[in-house]
Design a protein around this ligand. Structure first.
Ligand code: FEO
Length: 397
C-alpha cells in the first residue's frame, strides 16, 4: 500500500493485511488493515503503528514521504499488539523526541515492552500539544476497548483519529467511504461492533454524549482498521448510537446445531411459529455459520432461540462455544428460549437455559425437549414456542 493523503499533509501510512482470517475468535474473511497516520507539520507526528510482521512495510511507507528520523512524536492511542507490535522497531528507526500515551497506556507499554528507556509523556483527556500549524487534543476513551485507549483530535482539520472505534475488519485497495458501497461498509462496521465493542455499549453512549457536549466539529473519522469516514461520518456516528442503545428490530434468531436432524426439525417448526406471527427471523446452523457472523445477527435481534441435542450429558460443543462467546459480549434486551432433542438423559435444554439466565435474558419457559425424533405433537409444541416468542417480540418492538 502507498501512503494516502487523508488531509493536506496528513497521510495514512498503514498496511493492508489481506490474509488474516481469524482475529482472536472473530472470522475476518475479508482481511483487515492496520492504519497508522503521519502528520507533517513543524513537528512531525506518527499516530500508532502496525502489527509486528508489517513493521518494515510501515517504515517503507514513511520513507516514501520523509526520513523516519525526522519524525518528532509518536502518539500511542492503543497498546493492543495489532497497533503496538511494531513500536520497538519504529522507535529504533525514528528515535522520537517524545512518545505520548495515556496513563494506562504507559502501564501497558511497560508491561509489553519494558519501556523505561523510552521518552514517554503521559497525557490526559483534554490535554493539547502543538504540531505547529495544528494542535492535537487527546480524549481518553477508557475501556473502548482497552483501559489505555484514547482518541486524537485535530480541530484545525476537523479530524478524529479514533483508534479501534468506528473501524471495520475489511482489506481493500480503497481508503475512503465514498470509494466503496455504503451498505457493505456498514455491514462490516456492524460485525466489528457486535464482536468487539458490544460489551462497552453503555460507555459508547456516554462517549457520544461527551463528543456532542464538547461540540467537536468532525468531518473525517480515521479509525485504525478499515475505511476512513470522510463523506458520511454521520452515518457511522448514528449507527453507533443505535447499536450502543442495543435497539432491536422485530426479528428473531434461531441458533442451533443438530446430530441426526431431530433438533433441526424442531428448529424449522419453531421458525414456522415465528412466521405465523409475522416476525422476521433467521436460522443459523452452527455447522454452517461462524460464531462471529451469528453475533452480527444478534446485534439487532429482539429474540434469540437456542437449539441443541444432548451429547454426553451436555450440549453440543458448537453450542457451548457460541454461548461462551455470547456471554462475554454481553448482549442486552434479549428475549430467549431453548429447545433440543435427546436420547436418554436430556440435559442440554436445562444447561442452555441456565446460561441464558446468567446472561440475564428475558427467558420464555419452558423450553421444548423431545426424546429421539419429534412426532407431530412434539413439532406442534415447537411451533407454539415459535408463536410465543413471536408474540413477545411483537409486544416489545
Ligand atoms: Fe485493533 Fe484493540 O486493537
Amino acid at each position: 500500500m502507498h501512503p494516502v493523503e487523508i488531509k493536506k499533509g496528513i497521510y495514512n501510512v498503514g498496511v493492508v493485511d489481506w490474509n488474516i482470517r481469524d482475529f482472536h475468535g472473530y472470522s475476518t474473511y475479508k482481511g483487515t488493515t492496520y492504519n497508522a497516520y503521519l502528520a507533517l507539520d513543524e513537528k512531525k507526528a506518527l499516530f500508532d503503528t502496525v502489527k509486528k510482521p508489517f513493521w518494515s512495510q510501515l517504515l517503507h511507507n514513511i520513507r516514501k514521504l520523509v526520513d523516519p528520523r525526522s519524525i518528532d512524536y509518536l502518539i500511542v492511542n492503543h497498546v493492543e499488539m495489532d497497533h503496538s507490535g511494531s513500536i520497538p522497531e519504529v522507535i529504533e528507526a525514528i528515535q522520537p523526541e517524545k512518545i505520548f500515551c495515556s496513563a494506562m497506556g504507559k502501564k501497558a507499554l511497560d508491561a509489553h515492552f519494558g519501556s523505561d528507556r523510552w521518552p514517554l509523556e503521559v497525557v490526559k483527556s483534554g490535554q493539547q500539544i502543538s504540531l505547529g500549524s495544528r494542535t492535537v487534543t487527546f480524549l481518553e476513551t477508557r475501556m473502548l476497548h482497552w483501559p489505555d485507549s484514547m482518541f486524537s483530535y485535530i480541530p484545525e482539520e476537523k479530524l478524529l483519529i479514533s483508534s479501534d472505534a468506528f473501524g471495520q475488519h475489511w482489506a481493500t485497495s480503497e481508503t475512503f467511504d465514498d470509494e466503496v458501497a455504503l451498505p457493505e461498509l456498514l455491514r462490516h462496521a456492524a460485525k466489528y461492533y457486535a464482536n468487539i465493542l458490544l460489551p462497552y455499549s453503555p460507555l459508547i453512549q456516554k462517549l457520544l454524549g461527551t463528543v456532542s457536549e464538547l461540540g467537536l466539529e468532525i468531518d473525517t473519522i480515521a479509525p485504525d482498521h478499515g475505511i476512513i469516514w470522510r463523506s458520511r461520518p454521520q452515518a457511522i456516528l448514528e449507527a453507533y448510537d443505535i447499536w450502543s442503545r442495543q435497539e432491536a428490530r422485530r426479528k428473531a434468531l434461531i441458533i442451533y446445531d443438530t446430530m441426526w436432524q431431530s433438533t433441526e426439525k424442531m428448529a424449522h417448526a419453531v421458525a414456522s411459529g415465528l412466521a405465523e406471527e409475522g416476525v422476521s427471523f433467521k436460522m443459523m446452523s452452527l455447522k454452517h455459520n461462524h460464531r462471529s457472523d451469528v453475533m452480527t445477527e444478534v446485534l439487532d435481534s429482539r429474540a434469540l432461540i437456542f437449539g441443541s441435542p444432548t451429547l454426553n450429558n451436555g450440549m453440543l460443543p458448537t453450542m457451548a462455544d457460541m454461548l461462551c462467546y455470547l456471554k462475554g459480549l454481553k448482549p442486552a434486551n434479549k428475549i430467549a428460549a431453548a429447545f433440543g432433542s435427546y436420547g436418554w438423559s436430556g440435559e442440554a435444554v436445562k444447561l442452555i437455559t441456565q446460561q441464558l439466565e446468567e446472561m440475564k435474558m428475558d427467558l420464555l419457559e419452558p423450553g421444548v425437549r423431545v426424546q429421539y425424533v419429534p412426532d407431530h405433537d412434539a413439532l406442534a409444541q415447537c411451533v407454539e414456542l415459535g408463536r410465543k416468542v413471536g408474540r413477545a417480540v411483537k409486544e416489545t418492538t
